[in-house]
Design a protein around this ligand. Structure first.
Ligand code: COA
Length: 227
């Protein structure tokens, strides 16, 4: 069902798709089957270029919403985004260009995902988390509420150049509430970052790190291991 107040600029839409009131679907959007697009959501939006972002703006326009995806209300998804099948994007979340989400991904409410981000299958990102640009997140990762990431130790002084990059977060990592992940760190497979920690250095596989700066406090016990 497509509500009367929804605005569609293209018609590449699969079977059994529900587009609710005041949603806007731009021209280069492909929507699979059994998809719900919530009220006031905007899919396939073009970026407004700033001088810093200009060279980064993607040439690819298509945004793909795969089968069985649910997009909740007030979600903004820009052009050049792929949402894998069976994923859910929660209310008020925003996803910038050149972002790839795997299958069965959960993005909860008020999550912001910047440009050039890859997220693997079955990964969950909870409310009010910010994923900065140029981040790679693996499969089965759990990112708790209020996690913040940074990608630039020069605070934008040299623009969005090649020295700007965020974290690599390997499979089965868990990030506790309010963790801060600083530019360029790698967090090894299965490791846990304790609540409120500030991660400044690489974290090896299968350890718990805690504190500011985060240090190893133990191996991951079998009770907490998800690998
Ligand atoms: C990481 C965590 C799971 C560790 O729990 P645990 O295995 O029971 O570990 P302990 O409480 O025995 O702590 C081990 C050491 O790490 C320290 N530590 C644990 N969590 C810490 C934290 N968040 N910040 C600073 N130090 C911490 C403890 O003080 C202890 O240090 P000590 O040996 O010098 O006394 C837990 O502390 C945590 O942060 N959980 C996050 C929960 C969360 O965010 N869940 C998200 C779901 S919404």
């Amino acid at each position: 069902m497509i509500c009367d107040t929804a605005k569609l600029y293209g018609n590449n839409i699969g079977d059994n798709v529900e587009i609710r009131d005041y949603a806007i679907i731009y021209k280069d959007v492909v929507i699979g089957s059994n998809v719900v697009i919530g009220e006031h959501s905007v899919i396939g939006r073009s970026v407004t270029p700033t001088s810093v972002m200009k060279k980064e703006i993607s040439k690819r326009k298509e945004t793909l919403i795969s089968n069985e995806v649910s997009i909740c209300s007030n979600v903004i998804i820009y052009e050049d985004v792929v949402i894998g099948r069976d994923s859910l994007i929660g209310d008020n979340s925003s996803i910038m260009p050149n972002v790839r989400l795997g299958d069965s991904v959960l993005i909860s409410r008020c999550v912001t995902i910047n440009t050039d981000v890859q997220i693997g299958n079955h990964t969950r990102i909870m409310d009010n988390t910010h994923i900065t640009g140029r981040v790679k997140i693996g499969n089965h990762v759990f990112i708790s509420v209020g996690v913040t990431m940074a990608n630039d130790n020069l605070f934008g002084k040299k623009g969005y150049n090649d020295d700007v990059f965020g974290a690599v977060i390997e499979d089965y990592v868990s990030l506790g509430v309010g963790a801060v992940i600083l530019p360029g760190v790698k967090i090894g497979k299965g490791s846990i970052v304790a609540a409120g920690s500030v991660v400044k250095k690489d974290v090896p596989e299968n350890v718990i790190v805690a504190g500011n700066p985060a240090k190893i406090v133990s191996k991951v016990p079998s009770t907490l291991s998800r690998v």
